[in-house]
Design a protein around this ligand. Structure first.
Ligand SMILES: O=C(O)c1ccccc1N[C@@H]1O[C@H](COP(=O)(O)O)[C@@H](O)[C@H]1O
Length: 209
């Protein structure tokens, strides 16, 4: 069954709802430019609501001090969504011993070549590139051309992200063979505010495809 991450939750009821509805992972965004930003104290309290889902800390080019604080909160998984190099990802893996995900922005076939360099990442998150001049590296609700993945062999476990929603996630899984998917904007009616029904619909569509 396809695994699902719901990312960018800020409300304890929604965290409980996503977990009880079958989300495998729940993501918390520690990037201040994001409309889904959570402070570390807020995250500490949201973490108590994740139930059987696994929490993921989304970080953008984090310094060591931030990493240490986030690990101290109890996050078992760090999603690196900035310009982290393969060496920096390896450093963070060695420093924390935690499960590390590395997001890769894709717009053309060449973008997939460099994923092989990220040998220290436990999982790759294949996402659309942000629009030019954007103030943040993800969470724009934009998809890339999924056909780029149809003949791609992933070097390690991976998730598909970027512009997914309840209406397109089944097609995306069918076309790309993604074993796991990640959504943020596609389960919101207002930017940064998750919608219970859309979260349920997304989980149902992804899990039944
Ligand atoms: O969600 C954000 O605001 C965000 C900010 C900075 C980096 C990444 C962010 N979100 C991640 O972007 C992808 C795709 O999101 P969307 O579904 O297209 O809105 C996803 O991995 C989010 O975790």
């Amino acid at each position: 069954m396809t695994q699902v991450k719901i990312c960018g939750l800020t409300d304890p009821d929604l965290v409980r709802h996503a977990a009880q509805s079958g989300a495998d992972w729940i993501g918390f965004v520690f990037a201040e430019a994001s409309p889904r930003f959570v402070t570390e104290p807020a995250a500490a309290s949201l973490l108590m609501q994740v139930g059987p889902a696994r929490p993921v800390a989304l970080l953008v080019d984090p310094v060591d001090e931030q990493i240490d604080r986030i690990v101290g909160l109890g996050f078992p998984i760090l999603q690196l969504h900035g310009q982290e190099t393969p060496d920096r990802v390896a450093d963070i893996k060695a420093r924390t011993g935690k499960e590390i995900w590395k997001a890769i922005g894709v717009a053309e076939a060449d973008d997939l070549v460099r994923v092989g360099d990220y040998a220290a990442a436990d999982r790759l998150l294949i996402d659309a590139k942000p629009p030019k001049g954007a103030d943040r590296t993800g969470g724009h609700g934009l998809a890339f051309d999924w056909n780029l993945l149809s003949a791609w062999t992933a070097p390690r476990p991976w998730l598909l992200a970027g512009g997914l929603n309840p209406g397109n996630v089944a097609d995306a899984i069918r076309l790309t063979g993604a074993p796991a998917v990640d959504v943020s904007s596609g389960v919101e009616r207002r930017k940064g505010v998750k919608d219970r029904d859309l979260v349920s619909e997304f989980l149902s569509a992804a899990k039944h495809s």
